[in-house]
Write a protein that binds this ligand. Structure first.
Ligand code: ZN
Length: 167
């Protein structure tokens, strides 16, 4: 991560505190202010704004009339921003689940290349990567022997590592 965990956590605290201001009473208040934005899909209880359902034509006219209503436009913006936040948070949760679930990482780990001679996993960094299929030390040795046949060279390395394990 580019940033410290504490810094990211402070950001999240800021987000949480900000979102906590959108309580249900506040949102109800906003929907009353922007009463002409009510769509036919709304099914909330409580007092229904005038014109919202019973008079779709009047509602459309009202929307046109109030097109320059900056408060109403801002409230519509809040509504769509929250909908976007929901999508962003869903994606964040999916990513968190992905990185916290070891079983999902197996395919990635399986991609870590192994030296064809000694079998050591290389980390695929510039300092530790496969060279002609070998780790750095095996590759140097292979070069030092004048690039012998791979099968014989790899058998030699394997035999040596067995000796080390079972002297
Ligand atoms: Zn090796």
């Amino acid at each position: 991560m580019k940033r410290k965990a504490e810094v990211i956590y402070r950001d999240l605290e800021f987000i949480r505190r900000g979102l906590d201001r959108f309580t249900l009473p506040v949102l109800s208040h906003l929907s009353k202010i922007d009463k002409y934005a009510a769509t036919s899909g709304s099914s909330g209880s409580g007092p229904r704004p005038k014109n919202s359902i019973s008079d779709p034509v009047g509602n459309a006219v009202a929307n046109r009339v109030r097109i320059n209503d900056p408060v109403g436009q801002t409230i519509k913006g809040i509504d769509s921003s929250i909908a976007e936040l929901v999508r962003d948070v869903e994606i964040l949760i999916q990513k968190l689940d992905y990185v916290l679930d070891p079983s999902r990482r197996v395919p990635v780990e399986a991609q870590i290349p192994e030296c064809s001679a000694c079998g050591r996993k290389v980390m695929a960094t510039s300092a530790d990567r496969l060279r002609s299929g070998y780790c750095f030390s095996c590759y140097r040795r292979w070069l030092g022997q004048g690039k012998p046949l791979r099968g014989a060279f790899e058998a030699e390395i394997r035999a040596e590592s067995l000796e080390v394990e079972n002297p």
